[in-house]
Design a protein around this ligand. Structure first.
Ligand code: HPA
Length: 249
């Protein structure tokens, strides 16, 4: 049986309904994860939960210790990671309130510790990242979303910027020309680090604002949180269906 971990983003500080069994703070060669990893049961299923922004949720995207987070989950025996990310919407269907299961990523981040390969192993590590998200996990998510009538976009290109500032209108026009559908700050290098360790990784993006220059109002955290609260309910439903179908105890 595969073991699932959830990585929560902005607005997903706890896994509602999680019956806590214990917490873990594994030491890794890269330091400590963002916060203690919760191990618990959701219904009948054992699941791990890690909030990437820490507690009280103040680690900004460019300072998250992505390597420690992924290493720690791997060391606990996790096979699959479902990452939850708040994003801005760029293309037409990606309106605030939409859940997206992206199938591609473009990495605009820089200066982040983005690989476990420190050159010391004597072997070059060139992971295949043609399909950045695990196909089976994505298909399982899409299947349970369809079965549970949870409205979603089943594909999309996830642009990941450095942050912590939001983008300029011109930067968003450039991302649109590149083909990005949504933009966030935390999707990379999380996804490629998971691939380096052989973990199956997929992501659910919650669109919480029109990206810069595309809406009528300035983008504010207040606006994002309002929509996040509503979308978190749907993400929870998605998760429950996924656990029941793929990870039964
Ligand atoms: N840009 C980048 N990251 C984000 C956004 C955005 O508009 N909204 C939520 N996370």
């Amino acid at each position: 049986m595969r073991q699932l971990a959830i990585i929560g983003g902005t607005g997903v500080d706890e896994l509602e309904g999680l019956e806590l069994v214990q917490t873990h703070t594994p030491q890794t060669p890269f330091g400590e994860p963002s916060r203690a990893i919760q191990e618990g049961r959701l219904g009948d299923t054992r699941v791990f939960f890690l909030q990437r922004h820490g507690s009280p949720g103040t680690i900004p995207p460019h300072l998250i210790n992505y390597r420690a987070n992924i290493w720690a989950l791997h060391s606990l025996g996790v096979d699959d990671i479902l990452a939850i990310n708040a994003v801005g919407g760029i293309t037409e269907p990606m309106r605030p309130g939409t859940l997206v299961i992206p199938d591609q990523v473009i990495d605009y981040t820089w200066g982040r510790a983005h690989s476990f390969d420190d050159g010391a192993s004597g072997e070059l590590m060139h992971i295949d990242f043609t399909e950045p998200y695990d196909r089976e996990l994505r298909l399982a998510l899409i299947a349970v979303a369809n079965a549970g009538r949870i409205s979603h976009e089943a594909s999309g290109i996830h642009g990941v910027t450095q942050g912590p500032r939001l983008e300029t209108a011109a930067e968003i026009r450039r991302l649109a020309r590149d083909g990005c559908d949504v933009v966030g700050m935390t999707g990379m290098p999380e996804a490629s680090l998971a691939r380096e360790l052989g973990l199956a990784y997929a992501c659910v993006c919650m669109v919480v604002n029109p990206a810069a220059g595309l809406g009528d109002l300035p983008i504010s955290l207040h606006m994002m949180r309002e929509i996040l609260r509503r979308e978190a309910v749907e993400v929870r439903q998605l998760l429950q269906h996924l656990l029941g179908s793929r990870y039964c105890a």
